[in-house]
Write a protein that binds this ligand. Structure first.
Ligand SMILES: [Zn+2]
Length: 403
């Protein structure tokens, strides 16, 4: 295992070459010396050499207001940052252990703000000429490695899986995957076995904490059950039958006019600057019920200066959905929801130009167009996909047999 990690780290080494740039005297004609280096890259590189004016590891009880005031940044600037954050909604997700860093410019204004979530993700806000901010969500894929876990039932599934090396979160995910097909409390006996194939993310050899379940088999005394993740992110049993109720494309009970499309290149009508529209807008009257498009866990229920009242749901298939400008919540943070369950009522809160639902669909942390996304709307995989899936299953089962 350690050999593979070293290879991963070596592949990432070339990034250090960029540091050489800083040693070149500014008076030289950089463009001629380094034809591939654009002026912008150079400026960004120089900025990072400036020490942050304030850097802090988030602790319980920290609020955005307190962090900005400790950094000496005024309220008005904080609102400009919040406005830019409407695209990503990253500030609300800061957790104890994450890091926030502020940089100023020669005029003493906030120039850059970085949120460090883990080695795989940072969000950076940079000041523009007009005093507004642009946001970059920096996601590093790193190297994913399989981990095979095998164990025998002795006591509950939870205790047995924990003993085999799975953590509480991973056991919960397995439980959620199989609970409609298998009764963990009644169908397991001492001596039954299980195999799990996990996939863990590493950046420069360090685990980021991002993991996913790729396959589970349980060999119970009465029967075997299994779940495998397909390339579409969803889970199916060995026969290609979906384990969760199919996802629905639109989180509404009936059709409403689509008033604004997903558009990553949308330009602001006045400034002409690119302000991506990461969602799809539906012209819904205030009070229209919003339903969960699939099973999941509510990870955010919040009021934001620009997003208004909003809800975030994490689904099992690497999908996250977001609902903005709501008028009323029907769920709590941490609550598990089922497909079709009413989670909120639409509204016109925050920076909104009229009653509507702004709906976002993210896969692996990146917003995509829900109207075009490959959403598994069927209960069973169609023939063509089934062939591909069965190949995935047989190779994963072979790996798991080594566990
Ligand atoms: Zn929108």
């Amino acid at each position: 295992m350690s050999c593979v990690l070293l290879v991963g780290a070596a592949l990432l080494m070339p990034t250090t070459q960029e540091f050489e740039v800083k040693r070149i005297p500014v008076a030289l004609d950089l463009e001629k010396l380094l034809p591939n280096l654009s002026q912008l890259d150079f400026i960004e590189e120089v900025e990072t050499t400036r020490a942050p004016i304030f850097s802090r590891e988030i602790a319980p009880g920290d609020t955005l207001g307190s962090l900005f005031s400790k950094a000496g940044i005024d309220h008005q600037t904080m609102y400009k940052v919040l406005e830019a954050d409407l695209e990503v909604l990253a500030l609300d997700t800061l957790m104890p252990g994450n890091r926030i860093q502020f940089w100023d410019n020669d005029a003493g204004e906030l120039q850059k703000l970085e949120l460090y979530f883990n080695a795989a993700r940072q969000v950076v806000f940079s000041r523009l000429d007009d005093g507004s901010f642009e946001v970059k969500d920096i996601i590093t894929e790193g190297v994913w490695q399989n981990r095979i876990i095998g164990g025998e039932i002795n006591g509950s599934f939870y205790l047995s899986a924990e003993k085999a090396g799975l953590n509480a979160n991973e056991i919960q995910r397995i439980n959620n995957l199989l609970k409609t097909k298998f009764n963990f409390a009644r169908e397991l006996r001492a001596g039954d076995t299980f195999q799990v194939l996990m996939n863990d993310q590493f950046i420069e050899g360090v685990p980021t904490g991002n993991t996913e379940v790729q396959g589970v088999t349980i060999n119970a005394y009465s029967r075997n059950v299994s779940a495998f993740q397909h390339s579409d992110g969803n889970f199916y049993d060995e026969n290609g039958e979906s384990l969760a109720p199919a996802f629905q494309r639109i989180p509404l009970k009936r059709k409403y006019r689509l008033s604004s499309h997903f558009n990553p290149k949308r330009k602001h009508p006045i400034t002409g600057r690119v302000r991506p529209h990461n969602g799809t807008d539906f012209a819904t009257p205030i009070g229209t019920p919003v339903v969960a498009p699939g099973d999941g866990v509510v990870t955010m229920v919040k009021n934001h200066a620009f997003a208004g009242k909003y809800v975030v749901i994490e689904h099992d298939n690497k999908v996250r959905t977001r609902y903005l400008h709501l008028s009323q919540f029907r769920v709590r943070k941490g609550q598990r929801v089922k497909r079709g369950q009413v989670i909120a009522l639409t509204g016109n809160t925050g920076a909104s130009t009229g009653p509507h639902l702004h709906y976002e669909f993210h896969v692996n942390g990146r917003p995509i167009d829900p109207m075009k996304a490959n959403i598994a709307e069927a209960k069973v995989l169609p023939k063509k996909q089934l062939q591909e899936f069965q190949q995935i299953v047989s190779s994963r089962k072979m790996m798991m047999s080594f566990g």
